[in-house]
Design a protein around this ligand. Structure first.
Ligand code: NAD
Length: 283
């Protein structure tokens, strides 16, 4: 438990990130001196591997921890002294904690963040058969989380078939081949038709990637839809799903709970995620 805290976010284009406000507002309510700095690799002329130099500098300057985002979540691993079980399984780190012994340990709170948001926002949602759109970083964290909390079977769909196949292989090795399969875009209607729920983990719906990630006619009452995109909070997919009568979950909960889990790792204090959810809707 720390009395003051200096942390930061390393990534590309992190300027608009809401993480500083989310962390600092929660810290204020704990009476904790807390500074959350944005460290953008682009103006520094660094690529994804430049994260190593920044992690070493942060440790030497007395930072307590770092959040890590695109495109450094994988490249940071080679510069750390250890990994949590989640980070090792995902092969991705979004939170680094510097211990008093000087060791830098990598964690991943994206999966735990999704799991807590899902349990809170779609309680009792059936998880027999779930279609996951997008097998990138967010999709991988969501997939591990869903199978960990007991989803029977996941169907992975990605416009890049190698990504879907790669994630399916990793999941099959951990959870068993019977619990995961991949589907090509042509197979989506049948997969979604037989599913209890759909999780969307592609960038579609963000300002730079407008539109819907799947044909709107695949949405129907009885299917729940969980969104991972959180900027904007209200995506075209969520609007279409609600219009079709689906239960929905926006991506804000995952963003808040991953921040709350990082806050706990940084400070040793228990964050109040409900207050942080209110902050997110105010920001
Ligand atoms: P990524 O680039 O690692 O992965 C995206 C994947 O989606 C890629 O494999 C791509 O091939 C695939 N894809 C793109 N369009 C598709 C389509 N129409 N159908 C099927 N597959 C498609 O990106 P990421 O880091 O996983 O991020 C994805 C989204 O999740 C972003 O909007 C990001 O902001 C969001 N995100 C949210 C949280 C949160 O806390 N809520 C956390 C992490 C990421």
């Amino acid at each position: 438990r720390r009395e003051s805290c200096l942390v930061g976010l390393i990534g590309s284009g992190v300027g608009p990130s809401l993480s500083p406000a989310l962390h600092q507002r929660e810290a204020d309510r704990h009476g904790l001196r807390y500074l959350y700095r944005l460290i953008d690799i682009d103006p520094l002329g660094l690529g994804p591997d430049g994260v190593g130099e920044l992690v070493r500098a942060a440790a030497r300057l007395g930072f307590d921890g770092l959040n890590i985002t695109h495109p450094c979540k994988q490249t940071v691993i080679g510069h750390l002294d250890g990994l949590s079980e989640d980070a090792a399984l995902l092969g991705a780190v979004n939170t680094v904690v510097f211990g008093e012994d000087g060791r830098a340990i990598g964690h991943n709170t994206d999966g735990s963040g999704f799991a807590r948001s899902f349990a809170r926002g779609l309680p009792d949602a059936p998880t027999g058969e779930i279609v996951l759109l997008g097998a990138g970083g967010a999709g991988s964290a969501v997939a591990h989380a869903l199978l960990t909390v007991g989803a029977d079977r996941l169907t992975l769909a990605d416009t890049d078939p190698a990504r879907a196949a790669g994630l399916a292989g990793t999941l099959a090795a951990r959870f068993g081949a019977a619990r995961v399969r991949t589907v090509a875009p042509a197979g989506l209607p049948a997969a979604v038709g037989g599913a209890d729920g759909l999780v969307h983990a592609t960038p579609t719906g963000m300002a730079a990637h407008p539109g819907l990630p799947l044909p709107v006619e695949l949405l129907r009452a009885g299917l729940w839809v969980a969104e991972v995109v959180y900027r904007p909070l209200e995506t075209p997919l969520l609007a279409a799903a609600r219009a079709a009568g689906c239960r929905t979950l926006d991506g804000g909960g995952m963003a808040v709970f991953q921040a709350a889990d990082a806050f706990r790792l940084f400070t040793g204090r228990e964050p109040d995620a409900t207050r942080m959810l209110t902050d997110l809707s105010d920001l």
